[in-house]
Design a protein. Structure first.
Length: 225
């Protein structure tokens, strides 16, 4: 009986020891599992934080690129406006020089016409004086010659008058051609200015549309994320 009791007690103690060992092992496994879960949760939180930081950096980069593009478009618009203003100033200067040259040419033509008219009148006076002297010198014998000389003088005067009229007509035609050329130059200048303005407006509109499109795409990407 004592042996049986001792055997049962030993068996009971062995069972309790096995249960204690199983409990400790279960507790150790639970601790290890909790530590593993905490480690994985920390790793996931770190990954999410890294992804969020990367997303913030990407958004910052996109915003900086959009700002740079807008500034570049503004600089290009200012450069085009400056070029258009410089071209308009250059054309105005050329037009001014052309007008001055035209004025100088007209004044020179007027001066030459006045000199020609003075020479013509002087020639007429000389011819008239010679005719008068011939008439007085010839008296009766030279009347016929004086008459012929007077007729010749009248013919020369008529030719001189026709020459003066032709000269005036040529001067008028030159003035008309100069006026037509000036009108064509002004029309070309207006066309160039309009084309420059249209190009500047188109560049500004394209830059605005590009910025709007980029902002729309960025908003869509942000909404998607």
């Amino acid at each position: 009986a004592a042996e049986e009791e001792a055997r049962q007690r030993a068996a009971e103690e062995a069972c309790l020891a096995a249960e204690e060992e199983a409990r400790q092992r279960a507790a150790e496994e639970a601790r290890l599992a909790a530590e593993e879960e905490a480690r994985q949760r920390a790793a996931e939180e770190a990954r999410l934080a890294a992804e969020e930081e990367a997303q913030r950096q990407e958004e910052k980069r996109v915003a900086e690129e959009a700002l740079w593009a807008a500034e570049e478009a503004e600089r290009e618009e200012r450069r085009m406006a400056s070029l258009a203003a410089a071209e308009a100033a250059r054309q105005q200067e050329e037009q001014k020089r052309a007008a001055e040259e035209q004025k100088r040419t007209a004044e020179e033509a007027s001066r030459q016409a006045a000199l020609e008219e003075a020479r013509r009148k002087e020639e007429q006076e000389r011819v008239a004086e010679e005719a008068l002297w011939a008439a007085e010198e010839a008296e009766r014998e030279e009347r016929r010659m004086a008459s012929l000389a007077a007729a010749e003088a009248a013919r020369q005067q008529e030719e001189q008058r026709r020459a003066a009229e032709e000269q005036m007509r040529v001067a008028g035609e030159a003035a008309r051609q100069a006026a037509l050329e000036e009108a064509r130059r002004k029309e070309e200048q207006e066309r160039v200015a309009e084309e420059a303005l249209w190009a500047a407006q188109r560049a500004a509109e394209e830059a605005r549309l590009a910025a709007e499109e980029e902002a729309r795409q960025r908003a869509a990407e942000e909404a998607r994320l």
